[in-house]
Design a binder for this molecule. Structure first.
Ligand SMILES: [Zn+2]
Length: 468
């Protein structure tokens, strides 16, 4: 089966040009000057004139079916990857979980069992380490060597659940420095946050907004700074700060990057668009929809401006979603009368490509940075490049034909995620995902779905391209 994507403007990290993309089977075999294409015979032609042709999105941070706070994220690998496909994402990297006291490989096996035969798009795993001990350190080596898992996430938050102390973090970083893995960090000072949470609850401050107020930016910045220092002590172990939300934390990352350190960070659409006051502070219990950690930040401070700037100048490398949806009914409602019991997470895997494109429309980001932050850099960062993340010969034929003249209206009536509300209800994007191709197969065309559960493959990843 051969496919020609004709007349589109191909966007990559190094620029844009009008070109035709020739696909044979699951691979891109040529990116052609359009004058050359008439000499070729193909099985099918997709007209992309007037549209952008971009590499399929890679969401490097999702939590399908994650158990949290007595419930589990409401998207399965089936529903979540289908929704991702609708939104122009053709690869996710989800987080397998080692709970405290569990054997790392058992946690990984459990995640494979959840995902296998369920995914509509390709998928890979990071590994959450919830209990760093001698066995877990050995397991890190084995996962890097044999399992295609080359990144490990640790938590400075959530004492008693996933929390690692500084000694555990340092040991994991030293091991990563040896085997080439990336350490990913949830950087918030969870010990101090727990004190603030108890104090708020004791004063009767139980509404969702107190979730944000008890997780101040200073405690994100402090933990970010501490993680950077520990990574320096571990011979500059590669460090990736997840879901960075505060200007003060970004300053720490920027400082380390300017010093030439192996320090990277991502942010998420919720921090670029939503705020403590307008969403988390919504009347009654509605703010529960936006309870996530790190929390949404105040609109009276320049966080959003700084995050967009960070994306422009590569202080922030990637936009991921931290997709971790919970319905209001029976799930977020667990925290009625006590914000600390609201499951943490926002669903957004379907909207990332659009929401970051809106930054291009608004003049905050170039087309090239759009593609870099949603596809190319995630591939490079997490050992999937050049198989994924770029439209070039030899790469997997994962691409999106994106219509800059279309519009997308986001809402619970039209989205495909398994959620009873939308975090972005009513938001309108000046752009639209048209056709989505995954390994040479058209899985979405003009809003119609042609994919199927089980076609997505597990991807064993290599080491980060940015490893020094
Ligand atoms: Zn997460």
């Amino acid at each position: 089966m051969s496919l020609l994507v004709k007349g589109g403007t191909v966007v990559g990290p190094t620029g844009t040009r009008v070109a035709d993309v020739l696909i044979e089977g699951e691979k891109i075999v040529a990116v052609l000057d359009p004058s050359f294409s008439p000499t070729i015979t193909v099985d099918e032609v997709l007209d992309a004139s007037g549209k952008y042709v971009i590499p399929g999105g890679i969401d490097a941070h999702t939590h399908m079916e994650l158990p949290f706070g007595g419930t589990a994220a409401s998207d399965t690998f089936d529903t979540g990857t289908r929704a991702a496909a609708y939104g122009g994402t053709t690869t996710i990297i989800d987080f397998a979980v080692q709970r405290t006291g569990e054997v790392v490989q058992d946690g990984l096996a459990a995640w494979h069992a959840k995902a296998e035969g369920e995914c509509h798009i390709d998928y890979a795993f990071h590994m959450i380490l919830g209990g760093v001990d001698a066995d877990a350190l050995k397991a890190m080596d084995q996962l890097v060597a044999d399992e295609g898992i080359t990144s490990f996430k640790l938590f400075m938050a959530y004492p008693g659940v996933f929390y690692s102390d500084d000694g555990q973090i340092l040991r994991a970083m030293q091991t990563a420095r040896e085997n080439g893995a990336m350490i990913m960090m949830h950087a918030e000072n969870g010990i101090a946050i727990d004190v603030l949470v108890q104090q708020a609850l004791a004063k009767g401050q139980t509404d969702p907004i107190y979730h944000g107020i008890t997780r101040p930016a200073a405690l994100e910045a402090e933990a970010t700074n501490r993680a950077i220092a520990l990574a320096e002590v571990a011979q500059d172990c590669p460090l990736y700060i997840v879901h960075l939300s505060a200007s003060q934390a970004l300053e720490k990352v920027a400082e380390a990057r300017h010093a030439g350190r192996n320090v990277f960070a991502e942010t998420c659409p919720q921090y670029l668009y939503l705020t403590l006051e307008d969403q988390l502070g919504a009347p009654g219990f509605e703010g529960a929809k936006w309870v996530c950690s790190t929390p949404l930040r105040s609109k009276h401070e320049p966080h959003q401006r700084d995050l967009w700037k960070g994306l422009r100048n590569n202080e922030l490398a990637i936009v991921s979603t931290d997709h971790c949806p919970f319905c209001m009914k029976d799930q977020k409602e667990l925290g009625l009368g006590d914000f600390s019991k609201i499951p943490n997470g926002i669903g957004g895997v379907e909207h990332r490509v659009d929401l970051v494109f809106q930054g291009v429309v608004d003049g905050k980001l170039s087309l090239e940075r759009w593609v870099e932050t949603i596809a190319t850099t995630p591939a490079r960062m997490f050992g999937l490049y050049p198989q994924k993340g770029i439209v070039q010969p030899g790469s997997d034929a994962d691409l999106v034909i994106y219509d800059p003249n279309g519009t997308t209206r986001i809402g619970v009536e039209t989205h495909h995620m398994n959620m009873d509300h939308s975090a972005y209800e009513g938001v309108e994007i000046k752009g639209r995902v048209g056709t989505v191709v995954s390994r040479g197969e058209v899985i979405v065309a003009d809003g119609n779905y042609h994919g199927r559960k089980g076609r997505g493959k597990f991807l064993k990843r290599g080491l980060s391209s940015y490893l020094m």
